[in-house]
Write a protein that binds this ligand. Structure first.
Ligand code: DGL
Length: 362
């Protein structure tokens, strides 16, 4: 999308034109030769607007509606029959368990329809990695689910949203993306929902899978895969949230030099059912924190040792005797992803041996 067309997107005239259907061709799934892709919009920078064309920080996220996002990329019609649905309109730092439950239920409902071939979710980049993993574990379909965002608002010079959306729709309609689990596609790269993380506060190449590697590229509007996810996901997941209206409270305590157990004790007092310890190094427990974790375990809180480091295997019985303490090791999941798996695990069991097995499975 050029800046001018982007600028036009935010004018009342364009919105009015869309509202009376002059522009928002509400595309039914028309061309039988093309895949049918639903675009579920949740907000974020891809829907953001800034005061000027050079505003790439300090803009407002979640302003442009899904029909306007679609209208701004007419090329979408060349790769898929698309329909849009505005599920939320939020900046993703405000994503909650309630949003995730609603989104997962809607995705499962749509993918059960024979005339829906894939789904794209437009989303703020701040918590894309969390939503992606939550859906990776709760969507029960092999059809592609692709989460996309942007690092520059729609009104900026060289906005990355339009090309990211075009690639995401093409990927979601591709048979090559079937059975790969939830995918995150920005900046011409395809990453797995389990392992992708945001690695830079503001640059367009922020989404990476450090060390374990991305799954492939988008080039010329087509996916090129070079890897497969190894852990179970989607159709092989045991987690079903279809009948849940809430999720167990799981919080994260951060490790650092000279830390203490104050926040941990507060989380436990507030009713947390699980705690993720984002430890230093290989999940080491300080002398100040360890007694707090032991007390929490005695209160029935499930403790998962993760690491603030972000890469590598968090080894069971490495920096702490997990067998003796009855703690769980997070394997390669970073703290924010470990929180999601523990939340879902606690919907099924509080048995730490069963939960440890889940951390080696998903
Ligand atoms: N507020 C942030 C969010 O919605 C903006 C970041 C973005 O979407 O790129 O995640």
């Amino acid at each position: 999308m050029s800046f001018i067309s982007a600028r036009w997107l935010t004018t009342p005239l364009f919105a009015a034109a869309c509202s009376v259907g002059l522009l928002a061709s509400s595309p039914s799934f028309a061309d039988e030769k093309l895949p049918n892709v639903m675009i579920l919009a949740t907000g974020g920078t891809i829907a953001g607007t800034g005061a000027t064309s050079t505003t790439t920080v300090g803009y407002t996220a979640a302003k442009i509606g899904v029909e306007q996002l679609i209208e701004a990329v007419p090329e979408l019609k060349k790769v898929a029959n698309v329909k849009g649905e505005q599920v939320f309109q939020i900046a993703s730092e405000n994503m909650t368990n309630d949003h995730w439950l609603k989104l997962s239920k809607r995705v499962n409902e749509l993918l059960a329809k024979p005339d829906v071939d894939g789904i794209v979710i437009t989303h703020g980049t701040d918590t894309i990695e969390e939503t992606a993993y939550f859906l990776d574990l709760t969507v029960h379909s092999a059809k592609p689910v692709v989460i996309v965002g942007a690092m520059r608002p729609a009104t900026a010079i060289s906005a990355d949203g339009p090309i990211n959306l075009y690639n995401a729709v093409s990927l979601a309609g591709s048979k090559d993306a079937v059975g790969k689990g939830v995918l995150v596609a920005l900046n011409d790269q395809i990453n797995a929902g389990r392992d992708v993380t945001k690695t830079n506060t503001s640059t367009a190449d922020t989404f990476r899978t450090p060390e374990l590697g991305m799954l492939g590229y988008m080039q010329g509007g087509l996916p090129h895969f070079y890897r497969q996810p190894v852990r179970k996901h989607t159709t092989e997941s045991e987690f079903d949230v279809s009948k849940l209206d809430s999720l167990p409270q799981v919080d994260i305590v951060y490790g650092y030099a000279n830390n203490n157990r104050i926040a941990l004790d507060a989380f436990v007092k507030a009713g947390a059912k699980g705690i993720i310890h984002a430890g230093v190094g290989d999940g080491s427990l300080s002398n100040a924190m360890k007694p707090g974790l032991i007390d929490a375990r005695k209160d029935g809180v499930v403790i998962v040792r993760s690491s603030r480091v972000g890469n590598g295997i968090l080894a069971r019985n490495g920096e702490a005797n997990d067998d003796e303490l009855d703690f769980v090791a997070s394997d390669t999941l970073n703290p924010q992803k470990a929180r999601i798996l523990l939340m879902l695990a606690l919907t099924k069991t509080s048995d730490t041996k069963a939960i440890q097995k889940m951390f080696y499975t998903y």
